[in-house]
Design a binder for this molecule. Structure first.
Ligand SMILES: Cc1cc2nc3c(=O)[nH]c(=O)nc-3n(C[C@H](O)[C@H](O)[C@H](O)COP(=O)(O)O)c2cc1C
Length: 370
């Protein structure tokens, strides 16, 4: 077993893999605790949790708090491993989700889809929750570091850097997605370099974690060579027995072909990567899917002009009702051909990582004797 550990402050994960937070209901306590039990970091996603509240008397705001609290408690009962919560900065109930996560004692909060410029303000004295922004550029890393230092005398505990091959909403413009200038392989060294300045000046470690399109143990090896301390993976964890989505959602991954992975313009004003289906084709053809906005859940969502409700489309898909929505997925989702347990997935990633490491050892041995 040669996976290096991932250290974030005083948290030490035996496996350098964070399971990406996946809304709406794709990563809840089931998946998060399974990943944490295998030595990775398990993450519960908070986007849209209010729609999952079984108690129909409870409104979206209260329902979101209730579901999050229950999911964190269930996960903690199921594992002693490391648990995080993913909170999109663009959520209208961002503050509720952060406060609930801290009150329930999660190990870390990962926040993206916007710059979490004020996240440290929620930390009270003695609270150990680690704060991890999700970014897509070195510029964003510098802005956050400077702002947190100036306002809170604090730096992020780590950064997740999400590149253009990820699933879900993406932090790039559509035309940047295939531009090699924005490839994850290019951004990681830039972020590592930007962050190292703050590490040196402040005598701290800020691990950089690579995300987006990472599929095999050999990919993990490549990103660690580029200076990442770990990886975040989403797509691979969808095709696991423990993933909280309906089996039909997982089967959509298995059935997907390479050119089924398409970019949609989401009503929230960001491009998103999803698996093409009839729903996507009809909205791309301009057909309106009538809906009533129950709660304006994402700040920039242009719900009055939108052809459909993104929260409803995603939550229908997660429940297996793919006629009424679609599955978000990473660019490599077409490579998924079966459903594994989280344990099998971790073991296969570690074997592939070992093989890549052996290959490098052989290579350096060959060049040493050449
Ligand atoms: C189904 C799905 C839902 C996602 N939902 C969220 C989310 O709610 N918040 C977020 O920050 N990222 C979300 N993501 C991104 C993942 O957390 C992860 O960073 C990304 O998928 C990594 O790329 P990969 O899928 O190629 O491994 C989602 C991704 C997928 C596939």
């Amino acid at each position: 077993m040669t996976f290096p550990k991932l250290t974030i402050g005083d948290l030490v994960a035996r496996i350098p893999i964070i399971q990406g937070g996946m809304g709406i209901g794709v990563s809840l306590s089931g998946l998060a605790s399974a990943v944490a039990n295998q030595g990775g970091v398990g993450v519960i996603a908070t986007a849209g949790l209010g729609v999952l509240c079984p108690d129909k008397e409870t409104d979206y705001v209260e329902g979101s708090i209730k579901v999050l609290r229950e999911e964190i408690r269930k996960a903690k009962e199921a594992t002693k491993g490391i648990l995080g919560v993913n909170i999109m900065v663009a959520l209208t109930n961002f503050a509720d989700m952060v406060e609930t996560s801290i009150a329930e004692g999660v190990d870390l909060i990962l926040a993206g889809a916007g710059l979490p410029l004020d996240l440290p303000k929620y930390l009270k004295k003695g609270i150990e929750t680690k704060l991890v922004p999700i970014i897509s550029s070195a510029k964003a890393a510098r802005i956050i570091c400077k702002r947190w230092l100036a306002r809170y005398n604090k730096l992020p505990d780590a950064f997740v850097v999400e590149g253009p091959m990820a699933g879900g909403h993406l932090g790039f413009r559509s035309e940047q997605l295939d531009d090699p200038g924005y490839a994850l392989e290019k951004i990681i060294p830039e972020v590592v370099e930007a962050v190292s300045v703050f590490e040196r000046e402040n005598g701290v470690k800020i691990p950089v974690i690579a995300a987006g399109g990472i599929y095999t143990g050999a990919d993990i090896f490549e990103f660690l060579k580029l200076g990442a301390a770990g990886v975040q993976m989403g797509t691979r964890f969808v095709a696991t027995h423990e993933c909280d989505a309906n089996i039909k959602f997982k089967k959509a991954y298995i059935d997907a072909k390479k050119d089924d992975l398409v970019i949609i313009e989401s009503p929230v004003g960001l491009p998103g990567r999803a698996i093409r289906n009839d729903f996507i084709e009809s909205i791309q053809g301009g057909l309106k899917k009538p809906f009533k906005c129950l709660y304006h859940c994402i700040i920039p969502c242009n719900c009055s002009d939108s052809l459909y409700c993104i929260a409803m489309a995603l939550s229908n898909a997660v429940k297996g009702k793919l006629k009424g929505g679609f599955a978000f997925a990473g660019k490599n989702a077409y490579r998924v051909n079966r459903i594994l347990s989280v344990r099998e997935l971790m073991e296969s990633l570690e074997k592939e990582f070992d093989r890549a490491l052996d290959g490098l050892r052989d290579e350096s041995f060959r060049s040493a004797v050449r």
